[in-house]
Design a protein around this ligand. Structure first.
Ligand code: NAI
Ligand code: NA
Length: 399
């Protein structure tokens, strides 16, 4: 099979196994180049471990502090002339590299929202690791079947009060246009989005792990949130997804209560806006990201997912004195560089000006596009994208 990128809207339908492997190797090299994460995690469960912030967290734990990792994700292997998903190839490459480095790494492929996958994960931890000392919660999904009620919830990306009109970009063509997004029609849209992307499932995981005695003394857990600039508030932080993030952040005290007798702690880390499969689906956000990348790269402070997660582990979660820097709402902030006043002022000025004609010049739309294709294993140097890729790519620990 010759695998070339095939896109439909903001989705790429194909992924390249050798390219994905290169992507993972590059991330591993970065983490190694930063040296050992002192006092880092040793036994780690990553939920949502195959792409974006989740795979970067897994790599940071494994190659930053030699952690054994179990990754849970929902991906597909290749079948009948169709390539597998990027997260499948990422996980195959990750496990191979981890095993070669002498690190324990196993994966579970299935619906993390379900009781069954939680049970399978618990059995695996019991059998192989005994306990875990870090649980990373990095799921991003458009839907969730609730394990107790059986209700299928679908999330929406909408403003709450009024229609929202602003600029957006089709990052494939570079065409900037106005988009109007109608607000939610009823409170069910909000409730469904909170059910999918809020904190309940994170809490369910921690409850089940605790009940099974699988959390180590002092165990930590972290989930990821986003705030961003005022210009994206209507569609992001003040929209349906923002309500879900409020709920996720609001779950921290309940999880801390579950962990308290173990002296464990739950954190939400607010991360930087980055090109991932999830963020490319949000209107307006890709244009913001392409302007942000331009400004941050010019200032020499740009980070991708792996730089963000390595810094989260090395400079926030696992510090020399054990102190974790938090904002006034108790959150970790690795969006600190994105939110710097000088960065935001420059992005806001560019936002006013941005149009189809000047986009290539004033934004990093090229970098956006390149990173988007990188997510699927494309656009890497040294890979022959015209060559046949006939090998069966397995995640070693699955089947
Ligand atoms: P992503 O789409 O790259 O990763 C999602 C992960 O969840 C994948 O590993 C996927 O396999 C897994 N997954 C989805 N549904 C699943 C299911 N039912 N069962 C098991 N696994 C499932 O997304 P990304 O961007 O890395 O998002 C992770 C978290 O980071 C989310 O909470 C997101 O809101 C947050 N975040 C993202 C930012 C961004 O700019 N991309 C910025 C700040 C926070
Ligand atoms: Na992820």
């Amino acid at each position: 099979m010759i695998i070339q990128p095939r896109t439909r809207g903001f989705i790429c339908l194909t992924s390249h196994p050798q390219g994905a492997a290169q992507n993972i190797k590059n991330q591993i090299e970065y983490v190694k180049s930063k040296g050992e994460i002192a006092n880092g995690p040793k036994k780690v469960l990553v939920i949502g471990a195959s792409t974006g912030f989740g795979i970067a967290s897994r790599i940071s734990a494994a190659f930053g502090s030699g952690a054994a990792t179990i990754g849970v994700f929902f991906e597909k292997p290749a079948a009948e002339g169709k390539p597998g998903t990027a997260g499948w190839y990422n996980s195959a490459a990750f496990e191979k590299e981890a095993h070669e480095a002498g690190l324990y790494a196993k994966s579970i492929n299935g619906d993390a929202f379900s009781d069954d996958i939680k049970k399978q994960t618990i059995e695996l931890i019991k059998k192989d690791l005994g306990q875990v000392d870090l649980v990373v919660y990095s799921l991003a999904s458009p839907r969730r079947t609730h394990p107790k009620t059986g209700v299928a919830h679908a999330s929406v990306l909408k403003p709450i009060q009024e229609p929202f009109t602003d600029k957006t970009v089709d990052f494939h063509t570079g065409v900037v246009s106005d988009i109007t997004i109608q607000p939610v029609e009823n409170s069910e849209d909000i409730a469904n989005t909170v059910a999918v992307m809020g904190g309940e499932d994170w809490k369910f995981w921690i409850e089940d792990l605790k009940a099974a005695g699988l959390l180590a003394e002092g165990a930590k857990t972290v989930a990821y949130s986003y705030i961003g600039p005022e210009l994206t508030y209507p569609i992001y932080r003040n929209g349906t997804i923002g309500r879900a993030k409020d709920d996720l952040e609001g779950t921290v005290p309940a999880i801390n209560a579950i962990l308290s007798d173990l002296h464990g702690v739950a954190y939400v880390s607010v991360n930087k806006a980055l090109v991932t499969q999830s963020s490319s689906a949000i209107p307006v956000v890709p244009l913001y990201i392409s302007l942000l990348y331009k400004v941050m790269k010019e200032k020499g402070i740009h980070e991708g997912t792996i730089e963000q997660m390595q810094r989260l582990f090395a400079e926030r979660l696992y510090t020399a004195d054990g102190k974790v820097l938090l904002d006034d709402k108790g959150r970790i902030r690795v969006d600190d560089l994105e939110m710097r006043a000088d960065v935001q002022a420059e992005v806001a000025a560019l936002w006013e000006k941005a149009n189809t004609e000047n986009l290539t010049e004033i934004s990093d739309i090229e970098g956006y596009r390149n990173e988007f294709f990188n997510l699927f294993g494309f656009n890497f140097d040294g890979i022959d994208y015209n060559a046949d890729t006939n090998e069966v790519v397995a995640v070693p620990s699955i089947e």
